[in-house]
Design a protein around this ligand. Sequence first.
Ligand SMILES: [Zn+2]
Length: 313
Amino acid sequence: MSDIRFEYPSSGSHNGKHEHSSAVACADIVEEAALDPAKAVLVVTGDFDASVRDRLPHEVRAHWTSTRGDGDVGAKVMAVGDEMHVLMHEYYFEPQPDPSFDYEQRNKMIQRLARHESRHVTMEQAGEAGGPTIDRDGEARRRFLHIADAVISEYRAELDVPLQYDVPFSRFDPKDVATWLRDAITQVVTVEYQRHLDVERLAYSIAQMLEIAVKQLAPIAAKRALSGEAVGAPFDASTSASKDWMEMVAPSWSDFENALRAVPPSRDRVAAEQLARLTQQLADVLNEWLRRLGFEWNDTDHTFLIKAWDLYT
Ligand SMILES: [Zn+2]
């Protein structure tokens, strides 16, 4: 197993028999995924935010917040010198006072998380994470490439989490992501932009909402790939019946899924040129998706235009 480090112990309970075996199981998962296991560490922390902050450069420490658009951060992978640290909450390993607590379900959830996170270690150690952006690209293109790169990493990690580790709420409900996206864009344009009237900030905010949505949709695409679903195969009835899904996501879904199907799992090594090409292709899909949502972000004349507003009225 990889090393386990305990930080900020909150309860002193992490040496309980059951919990220790669970942490060892996670450290084994990290070791198995790491290309250089001697430089991969499982960090079990009683104060997740503090452990993250300790590992950030001084100048960005103050900006760290544990909540993102996709909810609480359950675990995180960080580079520290030449080591990769997989941070996990201590409370995942704590004994529970409720005698009927379902440890089996919880351990499955923790191991699912460890399997996903440790695959970021694989990609980092292979030099396949955080793909290069090209200086000559304009701002919009760089943004789309950045989002595509993040989505590809999430997708590759998810392809290495076998479906047997699924627990309830492992993934977002597709139609809820679509509803969230419509609400988020409406809020950005009708409330936030009206306050600051800064078009560049508007462009970044809209792209950020798309980024949050597509990062939540990536595990759904991975599950469909693992289940052997055909690209563009219909979703279940409740998703297809959702107006939000049909209008915000469905028109772009097949292109998105198709671009991701060419992406190999994180356990497979991929040449830098191939990864760059896959990232470019997905960036094209995202650009087109944004256009279908009513927005055009142009590098040629540095404009961001609201071309259509009918999805939001
Ligand atoms: Zn991830």
